[in-house]
Write a protein that binds this ligand. Structure first.
Ligand code: CA
Length: 225
């Protein structure tokens, strides 16, 4: 794995890059958003660890510009615990969100999960279904979602959540099941990330009613019509 670490705090940057190199992976460090964008344009990375508070560009802007041409997994690491920052980062296309201060082991666990997902999706040939629920179509082959005639733009992770729910409409999927199957691992605090993804999918579908919350259990996809 080759990982781009975008972080202006040199002590955090050095502990993160050291941990990555201890695993036998490669870490490339950039202190600025502009520097990160240039690296992303010229080299291939398996994952990006991105600070939001950068000296030049906001990290959110880095996510947005990266997503214009690349689906590289992005793990945002931020000192901002606000729900709105989290939702914004995920909506812009980040795959995961860690609130600082975070443990290096937690970060490594996320990176390993990204790595596993990457290596499994390359070999997964069974993943070729198309789910239709009322006006909603979720095509896992082309990874396209349409509502009526309209295409819905989802982030890769939002797509995975929606496709998972759409694979069995009406069935309630437990939070833990969604987290372990879509994110691959169970981690503390992750349920907020799931909530943020669900909120964002609902907004993009233009209605709360497609995804029903079942209190204390999880979520299910229903046809509001
Ligand atoms: Ca910073």
């Amino acid at each position: 794995m080759k990982i781009l670490v975008v972080e202006d705090d040199t002590s955090i940057a050095s502990s993160v890059t050291e941990a990555i190199e201890n695993l036998g992976w490669t870490a490339v460090h950039s202190e600025t958003g502009q520097g990160a964008l240039e690296l992303l344009n010229s080299e291939a990375f398996d994952c990006v660890v991105l600070d939001l508070g950068l000296p030049d560009l906001d990290g959110g802007e880095v996510v947005r510009r990266t997503r214009e041409h690349s689906q590289v997994p992005i793990v945002v690491a931020s000192a901002r615990p606000d729900e709105s920052d989290r939702v914004l980062a995920l909506e812009l296309g980040a795959d995961d969100y860690l609130v600082k201060p975070f443990g290096i082991r937690e970060l490594i666990a996320r990176l390993r999960a990204v790595h596993r997902r990457h290596s499994s999706s390359a070999t997964d040939t069974a993943d070729t279904s198309r789910y239709v629920v009322g006006a909603l179509t979720v095509d896992t082959r082309t990874r396209e979602v349409t509502l009526g005639e309209k295409g819905i733009e989802l982030t890769p992770k939002e797509f995975d959540v929606l496709a998972y729910l759409a694979s069995d409409p009406g069935t309630v999927f437990k939070r833990e099941t969604l987290l372990s199957d879509v994110w691959d691992i169970n981690w503390y605090g992750s349920t907020k990330t799931l909530d943020a993804h669900i909120a964002s999918i609902r907004r993009k579908l233009g209605s709360h009613e497609w995804i029903e919350s079942v209190r204390g259990v999880g979520f299910r996809l229903v046809n509001p019509a």
